[in-house]
Write a protein that binds this ligand. Structure first.
Ligand code: HEM
Length: 420
């Protein structure tokens, strides 16, 4: 396969063909530590064409521009029809393409208008007491599990538990059902990774089927007996206005559950691991929980070890992008985790530095699909991680943390610690 490259960095590390770099990125070893492979890809350029069949973007400015480019589409149903024949037999993508993330205008604009204001910075500020209460409960839960120097896996017991409890309180998910949803949510996110053939969607399909049944039942119950939760409010607004079909309502509720559980879980786990690896920063985070330093710690974790590493787009028509010709229909992968380490944008990009000035990682996306939950995710992280570190100043890793075998939604599978 022939490749063409653009100006940025074609010297050092042009060892492998970029197709080979891409294939290595998709191996279990590549997903475990993708960062050296991003540098190998960057050596081929900021915008790399894999023989014209696929374009990969590694630069910060190029990713930022791509996110705001109206002719680079999100993977909606029409895009899937062209790219992945047979996808309609798979419930994962049937449901995904009914949510705002995998839609383009006019549907995207309609969904975003409907759900957007509920998660505004103003709403999120009002949820601070709720988030603090949940944070205290979860830290106490870790204390109970860790008594007597028992090993605690922080991924299920801290990060997931906290993230699902916050969105569970907001959407009205019964507390006793939250822990059991973890496997289902994790399975759904596997449908976002690149696949060789459609059978690889099986895990995502089965997770999606179960969550769809569960969410349909939640909507039925809340419609019959509304509560003070957001699900009841969304049902009422939809029934009153007729703006959403029932399937669109359910699909977007599922998106909210998955998005608010999985990525925050990974952000929190990464923050704790980075704090344990950098005791000097952990001490400051403990001592200055409400400071710009704490905000910087969250942003730097998002930049340095992002919970979402790559985003996919498709060219709507023939176009030129940073000098590269992209034919209509070509998939474009934005390696935002590589963009976050672009040396043209960040000084010493491989150093974890919470005091980094002008730190604007690409991890929460940008443009039309900018993360709806960004203010909530940031507030959650700033609230709960300093509390955990203050409660357990001697906490340490009990074993090597492991990673899930995923690239798009990358995060720890386990993070075993002892708290004393
Ligand atoms: C660390 C935490 C989080 C990360 C890293 C993250 C990341 C992202 C990214 C990268 C996108 C856009 C993807 C694209 O452009 O293709 C996105 C969109 C979205 N996120 Fe988040 N997210 C996080 C937390 C949350 C939370 C807590 C919620 C809950 C409300 C949420 C809800 C959404 C929704 C609904 C969208 C779709 C927005 C749209 O398409 O207009 N996210 N998120």
């Amino acid at each position: 396969m022939t490749t063409t490259t653009t100006s940025a960095g074609t010297s050092a590390g042009t060892l492998a063909d970029p197709v080979e770099v891409m294939l290595r990125l998709l191996t279990p070893e590549g997903k475990r530590d993708p960062y050296p492979l991003y540098e190998k890809m960057r050596a081929h350029g900021a915008v790399v064409s894999l023989g014209g069949a696929h374009v990969v973007v590694t630069g910060y400015a190029e990713c930022a521009r791509a996110l705001r480019e109206p002719d680079l589409l999100s993977t909606d149903a029409a895009v899937q029809d062209a790219r992945m024949p047979g996808w309609r037999d798979h419930s994962s993508w049937r449901w995904l393409t009914r949510n705002m993330l995998f839609s383009n205008d006019p549907n995207h604009e309609r969904y975003r208008r409907f759900f957007g204001s509920a998660f505004s910075a103003r709403s999120v500020a009002a949820w601070q007491p709720l988030v603090e209460r949940v944070a205290d409960e979860v830290v106490e839960h870790v204390a109970v599990l860790g008594a007597g120097c028992a090993v605690v896996d922080l991924v299920p017991e801290f990060s997931y538990r906290f993230a699902i409890s916050v969105i569970g309180e907001l959407l009205g998910i019964p507390p006793e059902e939250r822990a059991g949803m973890r496997g289902i949510i994790g399975d759904i996110t596997t449908a976002l990774d690149p696949i060789g053939d459609l059978s690889e969607l099986e895990r995502g399909d089965s997770g999606m089927d179960r969550l769809a049944d569960w969410t349909t039942e939640l909507v039925r119950a809340r419609r019959a007996r509304p509560g003070s939760d957001l699900t009841s409010a969304f049902i009422k607004a939809s029934d009153d206005s007729g703006e959403l079909s029932e399937q669109e309502l359910i699909a977007n509720l599922m998106l909210l559950i998955v998005a608010a559980a999985e990525a925050p879980q990974d952000l929190l786990s990464n923050m704790v691991r980075l704090a344990l690896e950098h005791p000097e920063h952990a001490e400051r985070l403990r001592d200055e929980p409400d400071s710009p330093f704490a905000e910087g710690f969250v942003e730097e974790t998002l930049r340095y070890d992002p919970a979402v590493q790559a985003l996919n787009r498709v060219a709507a028509r023939d176009m030129r992008f940073f000098g590269e010709h992209i034919a209509g229909g070509t998939p474009v992968t934005l390696l935002i985790a590589a963009g976050n380490r672009d040396p043209r944008r960040f000084d010493r990009p491989d150093v974890f530095d919470p005091t980094r000035p002008d730190n604007q990682p690409l991890t929460l996306s940008g443009g039309a699909h900018f993360c709806l939950g960004a203010p909530l995710a940031r507030m959650e992280a700033r609230t709960v991680v300093p509390r955990l570190l203050r409660r357990f100043p001697r906490m340490r890793l009990a074993d090597r943390p492991t990673f899930r075998d995923q690239l798009v939604q990358r995060g720890h599978a386990t993070l075993p610690v002892v708290t004393k």
